[in-house]
Design a protein around this ligand. Structure first.
Ligand code: UD1
Length: 422
Protein backbone atom coordinates (compact mmCIF):
# COMPACT_ATOMS: atom_id res chain seq x y z
CA UNK A 1 0.00 0.00 0.00
CA UNK A 2 1.29 3.46 -0.89
CA UNK A 3 1.94 6.33 1.50
CA UNK A 4 2.57 10.00 0.92
CA UNK A 5 5.41 11.70 2.75
CA UNK A 6 5.15 15.44 3.25
CA UNK A 7 7.91 17.56 4.69
CA UNK A 8 6.44 20.77 6.04
CA UNK A 9 7.66 24.32 5.98
CA UNK A 10 8.14 27.01 3.41
CA UNK A 11 5.81 29.20 1.42
CA UNK A 12 4.24 27.90 -1.77
CA UNK A 13 4.32 29.73 -5.08
CA UNK A 14 3.21 29.02 -8.61
CA UNK A 15 0.18 27.75 -10.45
CA UNK A 16 -1.97 24.62 -10.27
CA UNK A 17 -4.29 23.47 -13.06
CA UNK A 18 -7.69 22.42 -11.70
CA UNK A 19 -9.24 19.31 -13.24
CA UNK A 20 -12.82 18.58 -14.28
CA UNK A 21 -15.11 17.74 -11.38
CA UNK A 22 -15.16 14.15 -10.16
CA UNK A 23 -18.70 14.49 -8.85
CA UNK A 24 -19.94 16.03 -12.11
CA UNK A 25 -18.24 13.37 -14.23
CA UNK A 26 -19.72 10.60 -12.10
CA UNK A 27 -23.24 11.77 -12.91
CA UNK A 28 -22.53 12.75 -16.54
CA UNK A 29 -21.18 9.28 -17.37
CA UNK A 30 -24.43 7.40 -16.49
CA UNK A 31 -26.31 9.92 -18.66
CA UNK A 32 -25.00 7.85 -21.57
CA UNK A 33 -27.51 5.16 -20.56
CA UNK A 34 -30.35 7.50 -21.60
CA UNK A 35 -29.50 7.44 -25.31
CA UNK A 36 -28.36 5.00 -27.98
CA UNK A 37 -26.21 7.74 -29.55
CA UNK A 38 -22.66 8.57 -28.38
CA UNK A 39 -21.90 10.95 -25.53
CA UNK A 40 -18.44 12.52 -25.39
CA UNK A 41 -17.17 14.12 -22.20
CA UNK A 42 -14.14 16.40 -22.36
CA UNK A 43 -12.13 17.78 -19.41
CA UNK A 44 -12.66 14.50 -17.54
CA UNK A 45 -10.52 13.95 -14.41
CA UNK A 46 -8.14 10.96 -14.23
CA UNK A 47 -9.29 9.24 -11.05
CA UNK A 48 -9.98 5.78 -9.71
CA UNK A 49 -13.68 6.64 -9.17
CA UNK A 50 -13.94 7.35 -12.90
CA UNK A 51 -12.40 3.93 -13.58
CA UNK A 52 -14.96 2.35 -11.27
CA UNK A 53 -17.84 4.06 -13.11
CA UNK A 54 -16.26 2.95 -16.41
CA UNK A 55 -16.20 -0.63 -15.11
CA UNK A 56 -19.82 -0.39 -13.98
CA UNK A 57 -21.06 1.02 -17.29
CA UNK A 58 -19.06 -1.60 -19.21
CA UNK A 59 -20.66 -4.34 -17.10
CA UNK A 60 -24.04 -3.07 -18.32
CA UNK A 61 -22.93 -3.32 -21.95
CA UNK A 62 -21.95 0.32 -22.53
CA UNK A 63 -18.70 1.14 -24.32
CA UNK A 64 -16.42 3.65 -22.61
CA UNK A 65 -13.26 4.64 -24.46
CA UNK A 66 -10.69 6.76 -22.69
CA UNK A 67 -8.89 9.15 -25.08
CA UNK A 68 -6.22 11.84 -24.74
CA UNK A 69 -4.70 10.33 -21.62
CA UNK A 70 -8.12 9.98 -19.99
CA UNK A 71 -9.20 13.58 -20.44
CA UNK A 72 -11.80 12.62 -23.03
CA UNK A 73 -14.33 9.86 -22.45
CA UNK A 74 -16.25 8.54 -25.44
CA UNK A 75 -19.35 6.71 -24.20
CA UNK A 76 -21.88 4.69 -26.12
CA UNK A 77 -24.87 2.76 -24.82
CA UNK A 78 -26.06 1.46 -28.16
CA UNK A 79 -26.27 -2.18 -27.12
CA UNK A 80 -27.01 -2.56 -23.45
CA UNK A 81 -27.24 -6.26 -22.72
CA UNK A 82 -27.38 -6.33 -18.94
CA UNK A 83 -29.67 -4.48 -16.55
CA UNK A 84 -28.10 -5.68 -13.32
CA UNK A 85 -25.56 -3.44 -11.56
CA UNK A 86 -23.64 -5.96 -9.48
CA UNK A 87 -22.70 -5.58 -5.82
CA UNK A 88 -19.02 -6.28 -6.55
CA UNK A 89 -18.71 -3.00 -8.46
CA UNK A 90 -21.41 -0.91 -6.78
CA UNK A 91 -19.99 -1.47 -3.27
CA UNK A 92 -16.78 0.31 -4.29
CA UNK A 93 -18.52 3.60 -4.93
CA UNK A 94 -21.77 5.10 -3.75
CA UNK A 95 -22.28 7.12 -6.94
CA UNK A 96 -23.01 3.79 -8.68
CA UNK A 97 -26.66 4.25 -7.66
CA UNK A 98 -26.80 6.93 -10.39
CA UNK A 99 -27.25 4.24 -13.07
CA UNK A 100 -30.66 3.37 -11.61
CA UNK A 101 -32.70 6.33 -12.89
CA UNK A 102 -31.34 6.34 -16.45
CA UNK A 103 -31.58 2.53 -16.90
CA UNK A 104 -35.13 2.48 -15.62
CA UNK A 105 -36.15 5.44 -17.79
CA UNK A 106 -34.75 3.95 -20.98
CA UNK A 107 -35.56 0.25 -20.53
CA UNK A 108 -38.42 0.13 -18.03
CA UNK A 109 -36.47 -2.09 -15.65
CA UNK A 110 -33.22 -2.16 -13.71
CA UNK A 111 -31.65 -4.08 -10.85
CA UNK A 112 -29.03 -2.18 -8.85
CA UNK A 113 -27.18 -3.26 -5.74
CA UNK A 114 -27.41 -0.92 -2.75
CA UNK A 115 -24.14 1.04 -2.60
CA UNK A 116 -21.24 1.35 -0.17
CA UNK A 117 -18.85 4.33 -0.48
CA UNK A 118 -17.04 6.59 2.01
CA UNK A 119 -17.73 5.73 5.65
CA UNK A 120 -19.03 9.18 6.54
CA UNK A 121 -22.44 8.38 7.88
CA UNK A 122 -25.42 6.19 7.18
CA UNK A 123 -26.01 7.63 3.69
CA UNK A 124 -29.22 5.88 2.70
CA UNK A 125 -30.74 6.01 -0.80
CA UNK A 126 -34.39 6.32 0.24
CA UNK A 127 -34.77 9.72 -1.45
CA UNK A 128 -33.55 8.31 -4.78
CA UNK A 129 -36.14 5.57 -4.53
CA UNK A 130 -39.01 7.84 -3.43
CA UNK A 131 -38.34 10.17 -6.34
CA UNK A 132 -38.51 7.29 -8.83
CA UNK A 133 -41.68 6.00 -7.18
CA UNK A 134 -43.24 9.44 -7.65
CA UNK A 135 -42.63 8.87 -11.37
CA UNK A 136 -44.49 5.58 -11.31
CA UNK A 137 -41.64 3.14 -10.66
CA UNK A 138 -42.45 -0.11 -8.85
CA UNK A 139 -39.63 -0.95 -6.49
CA UNK A 140 -38.74 -3.99 -4.46
CA UNK A 141 -35.72 -4.49 -2.21
CA UNK A 142 -34.44 -8.08 -2.34
CA UNK A 143 -31.15 -9.45 -1.00
CA UNK A 144 -29.38 -6.10 -1.07
CA UNK A 145 -30.62 -5.16 -4.54
CA UNK A 146 -33.21 -2.64 -5.72
CA UNK A 147 -35.45 -4.25 -8.34
CA UNK A 148 -37.11 -1.43 -10.28
CA UNK A 149 -39.80 -1.68 -12.96
CA UNK A 150 -41.84 0.82 -14.91
CA UNK A 151 -43.82 -1.42 -17.28
CA UNK A 152 -45.50 1.35 -19.30
CA UNK A 153 -42.52 3.71 -18.91
CA UNK A 154 -41.98 6.37 -16.23
CA UNK A 155 -44.58 9.13 -15.90
CA UNK A 156 -44.03 12.74 -14.92
CA UNK A 157 -44.74 13.52 -11.26
CA UNK A 158 -44.06 15.97 -8.47
CA UNK A 159 -41.15 15.15 -6.18
CA UNK A 160 -40.82 17.27 -3.05
CA UNK A 161 -37.51 16.33 -1.42
CA UNK A 162 -37.68 16.55 2.42
CA UNK A 163 -33.95 17.34 2.50
CA UNK A 164 -31.62 18.46 -0.26
CA UNK A 165 -29.85 15.51 -1.85
CA UNK A 166 -27.38 15.90 -4.70
CA UNK A 167 -27.50 12.27 -5.82
CA UNK A 168 -31.29 11.90 -5.54
CA UNK A 169 -31.76 15.10 -7.57
CA UNK A 170 -29.39 13.74 -10.23
CA UNK A 171 -31.10 10.35 -10.42
CA UNK A 172 -34.56 11.95 -10.62
CA UNK A 173 -33.44 14.56 -13.16
CA UNK A 174 -32.00 11.94 -15.50
CA UNK A 175 -35.02 9.67 -15.16
CA UNK A 176 -37.48 12.52 -15.78
CA UNK A 177 -35.95 13.45 -19.15
CA UNK A 178 -37.56 10.35 -20.70
CA UNK A 179 -40.73 10.19 -18.52
CA UNK A 180 -44.09 10.91 -20.14
CA UNK A 181 -45.28 14.40 -19.25
CA UNK A 182 -43.94 16.98 -16.83
CA UNK A 183 -41.90 16.33 -13.69
CA UNK A 184 -41.29 18.96 -11.04
CA UNK A 185 -38.45 18.47 -8.56
CA UNK A 186 -38.95 20.69 -5.51
CA UNK A 187 -36.27 21.41 -2.90
CA UNK A 188 -33.82 20.07 -5.49
CA UNK A 189 -30.05 20.42 -5.07
CA UNK A 190 -28.49 23.42 -6.85
CA UNK A 191 -24.87 22.31 -6.80
CA UNK A 192 -22.76 23.27 -9.86
CA UNK A 193 -22.65 19.55 -10.69
CA UNK A 194 -26.47 19.54 -11.01
CA UNK A 195 -26.31 22.57 -13.29
CA UNK A 196 -23.63 20.87 -15.38
CA UNK A 197 -25.78 17.74 -15.68
CA UNK A 198 -28.79 19.81 -16.78
CA UNK A 199 -26.66 21.59 -19.40
CA UNK A 200 -25.39 18.25 -20.74
CA UNK A 201 -28.89 16.71 -20.80
CA UNK A 202 -30.19 19.76 -22.70
CA UNK A 203 -27.38 19.23 -25.21
CA UNK A 204 -28.75 15.70 -25.58
CA UNK A 205 -32.22 17.11 -26.33
CA UNK A 206 -33.82 17.15 -22.86
CA UNK A 207 -36.21 19.92 -21.86
CA UNK A 208 -35.18 21.21 -18.44
CA UNK A 209 -35.71 24.53 -16.66
CA UNK A 210 -34.81 25.98 -13.28
CA UNK A 211 -31.76 23.91 -12.32
CA UNK A 212 -30.20 26.87 -10.49
CA UNK A 213 -33.32 27.72 -8.50
CA UNK A 214 -34.10 24.66 -6.37
CA UNK A 215 -37.22 23.85 -8.42
CA UNK A 216 -36.47 21.95 -11.61
CA UNK A 217 -39.14 21.40 -14.25
CA UNK A 218 -38.57 18.68 -16.82
CA UNK A 219 -40.75 18.08 -19.84
CA UNK A 220 -40.19 14.47 -20.88
CA UNK A 221 -39.14 13.74 -24.47
CA UNK A 222 -39.37 10.55 -26.57
CA UNK A 223 -35.64 10.10 -26.94
CA UNK A 224 -32.31 11.79 -26.31
CA UNK A 225 -29.51 12.08 -28.84
CA UNK A 226 -25.72 12.25 -28.76
CA UNK A 227 -23.71 15.25 -27.50
CA UNK A 228 -20.28 16.51 -26.55
CA UNK A 229 -19.95 18.18 -23.17
CA UNK A 230 -17.01 19.63 -21.17
CA UNK A 231 -17.05 18.63 -17.47
CA UNK A 232 -17.29 21.65 -15.15
CA UNK A 233 -14.23 22.58 -13.02
CA UNK A 234 -13.84 20.64 -9.78
CA UNK A 235 -14.78 23.15 -7.07
CA UNK A 236 -13.60 20.81 -4.31
CA UNK A 237 -10.17 20.28 -5.85
CA UNK A 238 -10.10 24.05 -6.40
CA UNK A 239 -10.95 24.81 -2.77
CA UNK A 240 -8.41 22.24 -1.56
CA UNK A 241 -5.55 23.83 -3.50
CA UNK A 242 -6.68 27.33 -2.52
CA UNK A 243 -6.00 26.22 1.05
CA UNK A 244 -2.37 25.23 0.35
CA UNK A 245 -0.96 28.80 0.24
CA UNK A 246 -3.49 29.80 2.91
CA UNK A 247 -1.95 27.28 5.31
CA UNK A 248 1.71 27.61 4.29
CA UNK A 249 1.93 31.22 3.11
CA UNK A 250 2.79 32.27 -0.41
CA UNK A 251 0.79 32.90 -3.56
CA UNK A 252 -0.80 30.35 -5.87
CA UNK A 253 -2.95 30.77 -8.98
CA UNK A 254 -5.54 28.02 -9.49
CA UNK A 255 -6.00 27.78 -13.24
CA UNK A 256 -9.60 27.34 -14.36
CA UNK A 257 -10.91 28.36 -10.92
CA UNK A 258 -14.13 30.37 -10.81
CA UNK A 259 -15.47 32.44 -7.94
CA UNK A 260 -19.09 31.40 -8.59
CA UNK A 261 -18.08 27.79 -7.82
CA UNK A 262 -16.57 28.57 -4.40
CA UNK A 263 -18.33 31.77 -3.22
CA UNK A 264 -19.15 30.81 0.39
CA UNK A 265 -15.77 29.14 0.85
CA UNK A 266 -13.82 32.10 -0.58
CA UNK A 267 -15.73 34.39 1.78
CA UNK A 268 -14.53 32.33 4.76
CA UNK A 269 -10.94 32.47 3.50
CA UNK A 270 -11.29 36.23 3.23
CA UNK A 271 -12.59 36.41 6.83
CA UNK A 272 -9.57 34.34 7.88
CA UNK A 273 -7.30 36.99 6.38
CA UNK A 274 -6.47 35.28 3.09
CA UNK A 275 -6.59 37.25 -0.16
CA UNK A 276 -8.57 35.68 -3.01
CA UNK A 277 -8.76 37.48 -6.34
CA UNK A 278 -10.01 36.67 -9.82
CA UNK A 279 -7.47 36.60 -12.63
CA UNK A 280 -7.86 36.05 -16.36
CA UNK A 281 -6.89 32.40 -15.91
CA UNK A 282 -8.57 31.53 -12.63
CA UNK A 283 -8.32 32.45 -8.96
CA UNK A 284 -5.25 33.68 -7.14
CA UNK A 285 -4.84 33.04 -3.41
CA UNK A 286 -2.26 34.85 -1.31
CA UNK A 287 -1.30 34.86 2.32
CA UNK A 288 1.34 37.46 2.87
CA UNK A 289 1.96 38.37 6.50
CA UNK A 290 0.14 37.97 9.72
CA UNK A 291 -1.70 35.13 11.38
CA UNK A 292 -4.72 33.20 10.15
CA UNK A 293 -7.84 34.39 11.93
CA UNK A 294 -10.19 31.77 13.40
CA UNK A 295 -13.55 31.62 11.61
CA UNK A 296 -16.69 29.58 12.24
CA UNK A 297 -18.10 27.34 9.53
CA UNK A 298 -21.47 25.62 9.05
CA UNK A 299 -21.71 23.18 6.17
CA UNK A 300 -24.82 23.43 4.00
CA UNK A 301 -26.04 22.53 0.52
CA UNK A 302 -24.87 24.84 -2.29
CA UNK A 303 -24.54 27.84 -2.26
CA UNK A 304 -23.51 27.24 1.37
CA UNK A 305 -20.12 26.05 2.63
CA UNK A 306 -19.50 22.58 1.11
CA UNK A 307 -19.17 19.60 3.42
CA UNK A 308 -16.50 18.32 1.03
CA UNK A 309 -14.22 21.22 2.12
CA UNK A 310 -14.88 20.96 5.86
CA UNK A 311 -11.92 18.64 6.62
CA UNK A 312 -9.51 20.82 4.64
CA UNK A 313 -10.82 23.99 6.32
CA UNK A 314 -10.27 22.33 9.69
CA UNK A 315 -6.61 21.83 8.76
CA UNK A 316 -6.34 25.59 8.21
CA UNK A 317 -8.06 26.38 11.50
CA UNK A 318 -5.61 24.18 13.45
CA UNK A 319 -3.00 26.97 13.38
CA UNK A 320 -5.38 29.95 13.39
CA UNK A 321 -5.33 32.62 16.06
CA UNK A 322 -8.29 31.93 18.35
CA UNK A 323 -11.04 29.34 18.43
CA UNK A 324 -13.17 28.25 15.53
CA UNK A 325 -16.33 26.16 15.57
CA UNK A 326 -17.07 23.90 12.62
CA UNK A 327 -20.59 22.53 12.39
CA UNK A 328 -21.19 19.57 10.09
CA UNK A 329 -24.83 19.59 9.02
CA UNK A 330 -24.71 17.22 6.00
CA UNK A 331 -23.05 14.02 7.21
CA UNK A 332 -23.20 12.90 10.84
CA UNK A 333 -19.86 11.13 11.01
CA UNK A 334 -17.55 13.41 9.14
CA UNK A 335 -14.88 14.31 11.70
CA UNK A 336 -12.68 11.24 11.34
CA UNK A 337 -9.79 13.51 10.36
CA UNK A 338 -9.95 15.25 13.78
CA UNK A 339 -8.13 12.53 15.78
CA UNK A 340 -5.49 12.29 13.05
CA UNK A 341 -4.94 16.07 13.10
CA UNK A 342 -4.65 15.81 16.89
CA UNK A 343 -1.79 13.35 16.41
CA UNK A 344 -0.05 16.27 14.73
CA UNK A 345 -0.59 18.51 17.76
CA UNK A 346 -3.93 20.09 16.87
CA UNK A 347 -6.32 20.99 19.70
CA UNK A 348 -9.77 19.79 18.62
CA UNK A 349 -12.86 18.75 20.58
CA UNK A 350 -15.68 16.98 18.81
CA UNK A 351 -19.21 16.84 20.22
CA UNK A 352 -21.75 15.32 17.88
CA UNK A 353 -21.79 17.38 14.71
CA UNK A 354 -19.66 20.20 16.12
CA UNK A 355 -15.88 20.48 16.24
CA UNK A 356 -14.19 23.18 18.28
CA UNK A 357 -10.68 23.94 17.08
CA UNK A 358 -8.36 25.97 19.29
CA UNK A 359 -5.49 27.23 17.19
CA UNK A 360 -1.97 26.13 18.14
CA UNK A 361 1.30 27.82 17.15
CA UNK A 362 2.61 24.93 15.12
CA UNK A 363 1.67 21.43 14.00
CA UNK A 364 4.23 18.64 14.18
CA UNK A 365 4.72 15.96 11.55
CA UNK A 366 3.46 12.47 12.50
CA UNK A 367 2.38 9.19 10.93
CA UNK A 368 -1.33 9.56 10.19
CA UNK A 369 -3.99 7.54 8.44
CA UNK A 370 -6.39 8.63 5.73
CA UNK A 371 -9.93 7.60 6.59
CA UNK A 372 -11.85 8.98 3.63
CA UNK A 373 -11.27 11.03 0.52
CA UNK A 374 -11.46 14.57 1.89
CA UNK A 375 -9.97 13.60 5.26
CA UNK A 376 -6.86 12.31 3.51
CA UNK A 377 -6.19 15.55 1.69
CA UNK A 378 -6.72 17.55 4.88
CA UNK A 379 -3.85 15.57 6.42
CA UNK A 380 -1.63 16.43 3.47
CA UNK A 381 -2.49 20.12 3.84
CA UNK A 382 -1.72 19.95 7.55
CA UNK A 383 1.53 18.14 6.76
CA UNK A 384 2.57 20.95 4.41
CA UNK A 385 2.38 23.39 7.30
CA UNK A 386 3.78 21.09 9.99
CA UNK A 387 7.30 20.94 11.35
CA UNK A 388 9.06 17.78 10.15
CA UNK A 389 7.78 14.77 8.28
CA UNK A 390 4.18 13.58 7.99
CA UNK A 391 3.51 10.15 6.56
CA UNK A 392 -0.05 9.71 5.32
CA UNK A 393 -0.98 6.06 4.83
CA UNK A 394 -3.97 4.50 3.05
CA UNK A 395 -3.73 7.02 0.23
CA UNK A 396 -5.94 4.95 -2.04
CA UNK A 397 -8.73 7.19 -0.73
CA UNK A 398 -6.89 10.12 -2.29
CA UNK A 399 -6.67 8.47 -5.70
CA UNK A 400 -10.47 8.44 -5.81
CA UNK A 401 -10.65 12.21 -5.99
CA UNK A 402 -7.32 13.97 -6.65
CA UNK A 403 -5.39 13.43 -9.87
CA UNK A 404 -1.60 13.88 -9.77
CA UNK A 405 -1.74 15.33 -6.26
CA UNK A 406 2.00 14.90 -5.71
CA UNK A 407 2.92 16.43 -9.06
CA UNK A 408 0.55 19.36 -8.61
CA UNK A 409 1.80 20.22 -5.12
CA UNK A 410 5.45 19.75 -6.15
CA UNK A 411 4.74 22.26 -8.91
CA UNK A 412 4.13 24.98 -6.31
CA UNK A 413 7.20 24.08 -4.27
CA UNK A 414 5.86 21.55 -1.77
CA UNK A 415 8.17 18.80 -0.51
CA UNK A 416 6.04 15.74 -1.10
CA UNK A 417 6.62 12.23 -2.41
CA UNK A 418 4.69 9.02 -2.84
CA UNK A 419 6.31 5.79 -1.69
CA UNK A 420 5.09 2.25 -1.95
CA UNK A 421 5.05 -0.29 0.82
CA UNK A 422 5.27 2.09 3.74
C1 UD1 B 1 -22.78 14.07 -3.06
C2 UD1 B 1 -21.30 14.10 -3.38
C3 UD1 B 1 -20.50 14.17 -2.08
C4 UD1 B 1 -20.97 15.33 -1.21
C5 UD1 B 1 -22.49 15.31 -1.02
C6 UD1 B 1 -23.02 16.53 -0.32
C7 UD1 B 1 -21.15 12.83 -5.42
C8 UD1 B 1 -20.68 11.59 -6.10
N1 UD1 B 1 -20.93 12.90 -4.11
O1 UD1 B 1 -23.03 12.88 -2.34
O2 UD1 B 1 -19.12 14.33 -2.40
O3 UD1 B 1 -20.36 15.28 0.04
O4 UD1 B 1 -23.15 15.22 -2.31
O5 UD1 B 1 -22.66 17.68 -0.99
O6 UD1 B 1 -21.66 13.74 -6.06
N2 UD1 B 1 -29.63 11.33 2.17
C9 UD1 B 1 -30.70 10.59 2.63
N3 UD1 B 1 -31.34 9.77 1.73
C10 UD1 B 1 -30.97 9.69 0.44
C11 UD1 B 1 -29.89 10.45 -0.03
C12 UD1 B 1 -29.24 11.27 0.86
O7 UD1 B 1 -31.06 10.67 3.80
O8 UD1 B 1 -31.60 8.94 -0.32
C13 UD1 B 1 -28.92 12.23 3.10
C14 UD1 B 1 -27.44 11.86 3.26
O9 UD1 B 1 -27.26 10.86 4.21
C15 UD1 B 1 -26.86 13.19 3.66
C16 UD1 B 1 -27.71 14.21 2.88
O10 UD1 B 1 -28.88 13.52 2.52
O11 UD1 B 1 -27.04 13.41 5.04
C17 UD1 B 1 -27.08 14.75 1.63
O12 UD1 B 1 -26.56 13.69 0.85
P1 UD1 B 1 -26.48 13.77 -0.73
O13 UD1 B 1 -26.58 15.20 -1.15
O14 UD1 B 1 -27.44 12.81 -1.31
O15 UD1 B 1 -25.02 13.25 -1.00
P2 UD1 B 1 -24.51 12.34 -2.17
O16 UD1 B 1 -25.28 12.62 -3.41
O17 UD1 B 1 -24.39 10.95 -1.70
Amino acid sequence: MDSIIVTGGGALKGEIPIAGAKNACLTLMPATLLSDEPLTLTNAPRLSDIKTMTELLASLGAEVTSLQDGQVLALSSHDLDNHVADYDIVRKMRASILVLGPMLARHGHAVVSLPGGCAIGARPVDLHLKALEAMGAELELKEGYVHARAPGGLKGGVVDFPIVSVGATENALMAATLAKGTTVLKNAAREPEIVDLAVCLRRMGAQIEGEETGTITIQGVERLHGATHPVVTDRIELGTYMLAPAICGGEVECLGGRMDLVGAFAEKLHEAGIEVSETKRGLKVARKNGPIKAVDVITAPFPGFPTDLQAQMMALMCTAEGTSVLEERIFENRFMHAPELMRMGANIEVHGGTATVRGVDILKGAPVMATDLRASVSLILAGLAAEGETVVSRVYHLDRGYEHVVRKLEGIGAKIERVSGR
